[in-house]
Design a binder for this molecule. Structure first.
Ligand SMILES: Nc1nc2c(ncn2[C@@H]2O[C@H](COP(=O)(O)OP(=O)(O)OP(=O)(O)O)[C@@H](O)[C@H]2O)c(=O)[nH]1
Ligand SMILES: [Zn+2]
Length: 315
């Protein structure tokens, strides 16, 4: 049978069959993944083949895993250098942004978007709490939205509290598996509640504890919503994981830079000190946003650690 993994708790996997029946499954044999040393061979979102265990009720054995279209990972904090696959096969990720309370800096947004690009996961920006902003702040949101739209990202102003534009978010979620990310306090739980009041995600309780430096024993979980949509909740992780990137590839994850790259004199141009650089020319002509370029330079010049750390790590 074929099914999708909704939850994994170490050795057991909850798999929903095509017919909509949940099975508790174990793994048979070893699953080796090309290039990643992972602590978990199968993750939430994986599409698997399993055999029903006829001697037990609603149990099975996973025998095969379908190629993933993408996955997000987390590096273990210890020295083993192992990675943990948080979730697989995401259709999109929503980054919830607030101007203040809490402040979301463009450097954070850009880092997040770069990670999404590297993971090949479409990202959408939701500017939340628009019920609280002054005219001036709303103008700033408009400016940011136009900036990111220009780059190619969908942007939407919402209020999880008043329900403004929440229907549009629901519409974007139809038929897809989504994840919500953003700093603590931007309104992730409130938004998910506005979308599906009956769903009581764990995100909130867990994130209020201090998980720093601790090995979290919480696991990602997938939920079917009443509308035809799925969400993946990652309690205690909240993040989007990390990607190892080489300096040379960071620019490729800024879509507006990538488009210009062919016009740079050097085909390995880092858009920093090189002559006849199309990105710097565009910057001079205000065709590329300074905030984006600044984030890029920070990522390039930053310590290795800076662009390799979990973007959700508080330190
Ligand atoms: N005015 C206003 N307040 C909001 C809105 N969305 C969320 N809030 C408030 O912001 C606070 C934080 O919201 P949460 O939904 O708990 O934020 P979160 O992102 O889930 O936070 P963590 O669980 O810490 O990750 C709560 O007091 C919400 O009531 C909004 O659209 N407008
Ligand atoms: Zn260049």
């Amino acid at each position: 049978m074929k099914g999708t993994v909704y939850k994994s708790t170490g050795s057991w996997y909850t798999v929903k069959s095509k017919e909509g029946v949940f099975y508790e499954c174990r793994i048979k044999g070893k699953f080796r993944l090309k290039g990643i040393k992972s602590t978990n061979p199968i993750a939430v979102g994986d599409v698997v083949t399993f055999d029903e265990d006829l001697s037990a009720e609603a149990q099975g054995v996973i025998t095969d895993i379908q190629d993933r279209k993408n996955y997000i990972i987390r590096k273990s904090v210890n020295l083993s250098k192992q990675t943990h696959i948080i979730a697989a096969n995401l259709d999109q990720v929503f980054l919830i942004v607030t101007l203040n309370n809490p402040t979301t800096f463009t450097s954070f947004i850009d880092r997040f978007l770069v990670t999404a690009e590297a993971y090949h996961i479409p990202a959408i920006l939701l500017f939340n709490k628009i019920d609280t902003y002054t005219t001036e702040e709303l103008n700033e949101i408009r400016y940011l939205a136009s900036l990111y739209r220009e780059v190619g990202y969908q942007c939407l102003g919402i209020s999880a509290i008043t329900g403004k534009n929440v229907d549009q978010v629901k519409e974007m979620m139809l038929g897809k598996t989504s994840m919500f990310s953003g700093h603590s306090g931007v309104g992730k739980s409130t938004l998910v509640n506005a979308i599906e009041p009956k769903l009581d995600l764990k995100t909130k309780n867990i994130s209020s504890q201090h998980l720093q430096g601790q090995h979290t024993t919480t696991f990602a979980e997938m939920f079917d919503l009443e509308i035809d949509a799925k969400i993946i909740d990652t309690p205690g992780i909240k993040g989007f994981g990390i990607v190892d990137m080489e300096k040379e590839e960071i620019g490729d994850y800024f879509p507006e830079f990538f488009k210009l790259k062919g016009e740079c004199k050097f085909n390995n141009c880092l858009h920093i000190d090189e002559p006849q650089c199309a990105v710097k020319d565009a910057l001079d002509q205000d065709k590329v946003a300074w905030s984006r370029y600044k984030s890029y330079v920070q990522m390039i010049k930053g310590e290795e650690e800076n662009y390799r750390t979990d973007i959700y790590g508080e330190k």
